[in-house]
Write a protein that binds this ligand. Structure first.
Ligand SMILES: Nc1ncnc2c1ncn2[C@@H]1O[C@H](COP(=O)(O)OP(=O)(O)O)[C@@H](O)[C@H]1O
Ligand SMILES: [Mg+2]
Length: 377
């Protein structure tokens, strides 16, 4: 659409503008797969679901359809986790995805909403400052002053819109929201209604409505989920990748996707540098070397899969812009140091010990050792 001004393109919701936006929503990025799945799907669908639970799980986990369409895996991990999550959404209980940072909670939530409702955008971002209005509704003050309270002056929250449409709402970082604001969700989830006392009205949830929340189980100093609210959720814990191979596969796949959207050179799957980043992260996270022989101290950072993805992506960008386009040790060393050394004093000691006792002695890691020494100098 060449005539479109930038503003118009930015205002569009991605029906044909998805090629131009920096990050298309899951339902746009994977529209072809979702369409093929819907066509092949002959199992019963819960009311207002775009796909059957089976097809939603296939969308997340990947597979090949009878017509030969390959569905790429979005989530790499235990199949059962995805099955339980999808099944929960078809019941009257909401879904809570719990886990340490970088375990794909947000990612899974977005793809579930895209596959179930064809819309992942009804999203409330939880922060310490999230007000009740963000979950219930607000007012358009010009309208309110001119005409008084009416449905026209009401600004529905994403949750209210999902209730009215019978689709999936998402709440990110639920436990960062102050406890009394979180409790707004109790009526929504137990009574399936959102009262509007100012109008003497309510919005009742239509069948098909459900809610996916995410929460970090490592958030310190944040608000616990009240037990009243917790009872409304089925909790699904997303684990860290079980094996190094699994984690290398996750990192390779995401780096490939992100790299293509940034027009970076490709990194061959499981290249040495990806393997190395994953090994370093896992060993420091687990506090022991892969062979189980040497105990290590763990640094304060989380060293998540998501961070490994961003270290490799930044490395590829360095290689593309300042190197010969091939990812090398020098391109990932600085990123690794940045991820490991969060607390300049304590973490530096942990890193130095790891570098000198493990990295230095390892066969085939000489280049990497040198690059890390240079990056740390
Ligand atoms: N098991 C996994 N399968 C697929 N992708 C994963 C996995 N673990 C992490 N990722 C990737 O990590 C990135 C960050 O995940 P995110 O959803 O933001 O984490 P969280 O919300 O748990 O902190 C995403 O790009 C996602 O693709
Ligand atoms: Mg998240």
């Amino acid at each position: 659409m060449p005539e479109n001004t930038t503003e118009e393109a930015a205002g569009g919701t991605g029906t044909d503008g998805s090629a131009q936006v920096l990050r298309p929503h899951a339902e746009d990025a994977f529209a072809d797969e979702l369409k093929a799945l819907a066509a092949a799907d002959d199992r019963p669908r819960p009311e207002r679901w775009r796909l059957s639970p089976w097809a939603v799980a296939t969308y997340l986990l990947g597979g090949t359809l009878p017509d030969g369409t390959v569905v790429t895996p979005k989530y790499v991990g235990p199949r059962r986790i995805v099955e339980v999550a999808v099944t929960t959404l078809a019941t009257d209980r909401a879904l809570l995805l719990l886990g340490v940072p970088g375990t794909a909670k947000t990612w899974v939530s977005e793809h579930l909403a895209a596959a179930v409702s064809g819309d992942s955008t009804l999203l409330v971002q939880g922060t310490a400052g999230t007000p009740e209005e963000a979950i219930r509704y607000g007012w358009n003050y010009a309208q309110l002053l001119a005409h008084g309270p009416s449905r026209d002056a009401l600004v529905p929250s994403p949750v209210m819109r999902a209730m009215a449409r019978g689709t999936t709402a998402r709440v990110e970082e639920l436990t960062r929201i102050p406890a009394d604001v979180q409790d707004t969700l109790i009526t929504v989830l137990s009574e399936k209604t959102l009262p509007i006392p100012e109008l003497g009205q309510e919005v009742q949830a239509v069948r098909g409505f459900n809610l996916i929340a995410t929460a970090n189980d490592r958030d310190r100093g944040v608000n616990e989920l009240s037990s009243a609210l917790r009872r409304r959720f089925n909790t699904v814990v997303l684990p860290l990748p079980a094996t190094p191979e699994e984690e290398v596969a996750i990192v390779s796949r995401r780096v490939d996707q992100i790299g293509r959207s940034l027009e970076l050179p490709p990194a061959p799957e499981g290249t040495d540098e990806i393997r190395r980043v994953v090994t370093v992260f896992r060993e420091l996270r687990d506090g022991v070397t892969t062979d189980g022989r040497t105990k290590l101290k763990s640094p304060s950072g989380t060293l998540s899969t998501a961070e490994a993805i961003s270290v490799v992506t930044s490395g590829l960008a360095l290689a593309a812009h300042f190197g010969d386009g091939v990812l090398r040790s020098g391109d990932v060393a600085a990123g690794i140091l940045g991820a490991v050394i969060r607390d300049p004093a304590a973490d530096r000691v942990v890193w130095q010990e790891y570098l000198e006792t493990v990295v230095r002695e390892r066969d085939g890691w000489k280049d990497f050792y040198r690059a890390c020494r240079e990056a740390g100098a």
